[in-house]
Design a protein around this ligand. Structure first.
Ligand code: NAD
Length: 253
């Protein structure tokens, strides 16, 4: 059912939240646009400017690695300045209230952790861009280290331990999904009685399978997104409005 207006959508969502025992939110780039981080697919989104670099290209080409890191450094001020928005804070309030065990996110911006979810309560399906890892041995690197090496050598660095390339700790297109996170997201989706998909176009798979999985496991499904998604028709409630406006009333004090 598509909410006829914001007010009735928020009221209905409030009822569903009050009745639910276990709520699992699933978030996409739309929850962070009010924090200044552009999404991928809206007009002006990241993809209107840059073609994504596939994992295979990153592994095969120094030029692709250099370009990937140049793009990451160009975004540094945006990521560093971003603070949790109303959507993040509302979910954190429901987490503190014991309604939300963990959040599943496609986002890489660390804002759920910044709003109060412990590291093991933020299930990052696509990793995290606020630090880096060696793609060979998994050694963690801070972005400052990468930047210093890039500036000194004029090229993206390799791992000091095993000499494999160092990449932001994100999952690129063509890269394997993280197994533990997929497993935990599956368990959460199957065990909740209310699943809320927030700010995702629901076109990136396998992540987009979780709303449907929750619905098929008996949960009620809410979708909050400015634009229609392909899963609107199976949702119990669809709110086609701004996320900050829809979740702001749940931020609490
Ligand atoms: P997407 O760009 O495909 O979709 C975002 C959706 O959010 C769009 O449908 C848009 O209409 C909606 N939206 C944007 N701002 C909104 C607002 N204020 N209120 C309501 N709706 C709003 O993003 P996606 O589905 O997350 O998939 C893209 C992939 O891009 C993700 O897997 C993620 O890894 C990555 N990504 C992450 C970030 C981030 O971490 N903040 C930013 C860009 C892309």
């Amino acid at each position: 059912m598509i909410a006829s207006d914001l007010q009735s959508g928020v009221e209905r969502l409030g009822d569903m939240i009050a009745r639910a025992k276990t709520i699992v939110p699933f978030t996409g780039a739309g929850i962070s646009t009010e924090c200044g981080i552009p999404d991928f697919r809206s007009p002006g989104g990241i993809w209107t400017r840059n073609r994504p670099i596939q994992f295979e290209e990153f592994v095969a080409s120094q030029e692709a690695r250099d370009e990937s890191w140049r793009r990451r450094f160009a975004m540094e001020e945006v990521f560093a300045a971003a603070r949790p928005g109303r959507g993040h804070r509302a979910l954190a309030a429901l987490h503190r209230a014991g309604k939300i065990p963990a959040v599943i996110t496609q986002n890489i911006d660390n804002l759920h952790q910044a709003s109060g979810f412990a590291a093991d309560r933020g299930i990052e399906l696509h990793g995290n861009t606020t630090y880096a890892r060696c793609i060979g041995c998994g050694q963690v690197y801070q972005l400052d280290w990468v930047k210093r090496r890039f500036e000194a050598d004029g090229a993206a660095p390799n791992c000091t331990e095993c000499d494999e390339p160092v990449k932001t700790a994100t999952i690129s297109f063509g890269q394997a999904m993280p197994e533990d996170e997929m497993q935990r997201a599956t368990e959460l989706s199957q065990a909740c009685d209310l699943f809320i998909a927030i700010g995702s176009s629901l076109v990136v798979w396998p992540a987009a399978g979780f709303p449907m999985m929750a619905k098929n496991s008996g949960a009620r499904l809410v979708i909050i997104n400015r634009e229609p998604t392909e899963q609107d028709e199976i949702a119990d409630l669809v709110i086609h409005h701004d996320i900050g406006e829809a979740l702001g009333p749940f931020v609490g004090n």
